[in-house]
Design a binder for this molecule. Structure first.
Ligand code: PHE
Length: 350
């Protein structure tokens, strides 16, 4: 092929290619053109390969002309590529417009259960008085739940606390009192007095009604040391009741019976709603029964390896479900366990 003819071929190729590049509307087709024209099997490579047939004089001329053509085509392809990419981006942006002024999807925030809130509040009061918080077992043995609490097999007071048995010896606990025995037997008095509370779930074979549930909560309390008296019990309960129900509250102790305390008392607090005058909350008595308590029975101390001649203590059991019902005017304990958001959402806490 002559020099002039080769140059003419390359020029035609360039003009055709530039026209194709200008007409192309997508990146894929553009790439195809690049491969077809500039690739190893393309016309430019072919021209360069055919140079061996040219005279030594023409060879560099064809070579540099071919390079110029190739550079022009390459530049045109690159420029078109940049344009097409920009178009694609603009199109995507136009399609994906967000209206940032639309209101966002509200994330629903939960809240701790009102019973959890109530229990934590009571825990805080006791922790502030130097009590440790001890966790017990919801599945307990007959031994700790009853026998160590001075309720031997066939003791009539077991009737009030019938429960669900896993086997003859294993049950779900009827009260948090077994934690007393478990804590006492481990306590090292050389490190100071034993002061503990233990909150948690308890279970009884109760018929569920507005004031009874087969599952409810207790907070056990226990103090053991030398010279602990009924005065300590009364003073402690009075401070706690004032913190829970208001500084004007009074308490009243009435004789009662628990196998694991002697003497035993029922503790009433003066009504926080009417101040004692009588209203629907206190059933027109001025007093609200709030917890059971007493001096730890010497046999209970003895069974836990503590000498009742040297040590004495008091214990109490408080029902946070009842505390929450009284405080918030909840008239059915079952609301606490139905997980109805309309109920739970009313107690957002802080
Ligand atoms: N365990 C008792 C109950 O469930 C409550 C209680 C605890 C009473 C500690 C006295 C002392 O009824």
């Amino acid at each position: 092929m002559s020099l002039a003819k080769t140059q003419a071929t390359l020029e035609t190729l360039r003009n055709e290619t530039l026209a194709k590049v200008a007409a192309v509307t997508d990146l894929n087709s553009l790439n195809q053109i690049r491969v077809e024209i500039l690739g190893k099997k393309g016309p430019i490579t072919e021209v360069l390969r055919g140079m061996k047939d040219l005279s030594a004089e023409d060879r560099p001329k064809v070579g540099s002309f071919a390079n110029v053509i190739r550079d022009e085509i390459t530049a045109a392809i690159e420029a078109r590529k940049t344009d097409l990419e920009a178009d694609a981006l603009n199109e995507a942006l136009a399609k994906e417009t967000l209206d940032v002024t639309l209101p966002g999807a509200q994330v629903k925030q939960g809240t701790r259960h009102i019973l959890t809130q109530t229990m934590e509040e009571i825990e805080d009061i006791f922790v502030g008085m130097g009590y440790q918080v001890v966790e017990g077992f919801e599945v307990e043995s007959d031994h700790y739940n009853f026998e160590r609490m001075n309720l031997p097999k066939n003791h009539p007071a077991r009737d009030m606390q019938d429960t669900f048995y896993i086997s003859d010896e294993i049950l779900i606990r009827t009260h948090t009192s077994p934690v007393q025995a478990r804590t006492m037997e481990k306590h090292d008095f050389s490190k100071g007095a034993l002061r503990m509370i233990s909150p948690g779930k308890v279970f009884r074979r109760d018929t569920d009604d507005a004031t009874h549930s087969h599952q409810f909560h207790q907070i056990e309390g226990l103090v053991v040391d030398k010279n602990i008296t009924m005065g300590d019990l009364k003073g402690t309960l009075e401070v706690v009741m004032k913190k829970m129900f208001g500084a004007d509250r009074k308490i009243r102790l009435r004789p009662s019976y628990f196998p694991f305390t002697e003497p035993s008392v029922e503790t009433d607090v003066s009504c926080f709603k009417c101040g004692g005058a009588g209203c629907n909350v206190c059933k027109y008595t001025g007093w609200i029964e709030i917890l059971g308590a007493g001096m730890v029975h010497p046999d209970v101390l003895q069974m836990s390896g503590i000498d009742p001649e040297v040590y004495s203590g008091f214990a109490f059991g408080l029902g946070p479900d009842r505390v929450a019902m009284l405080r918030y005017g909840v008239n059915d304990i079952r609301y606490f366990y139905q997980n109805d958001l309309r109920f739970l959402e009313q107690f957002k806490g802080e």
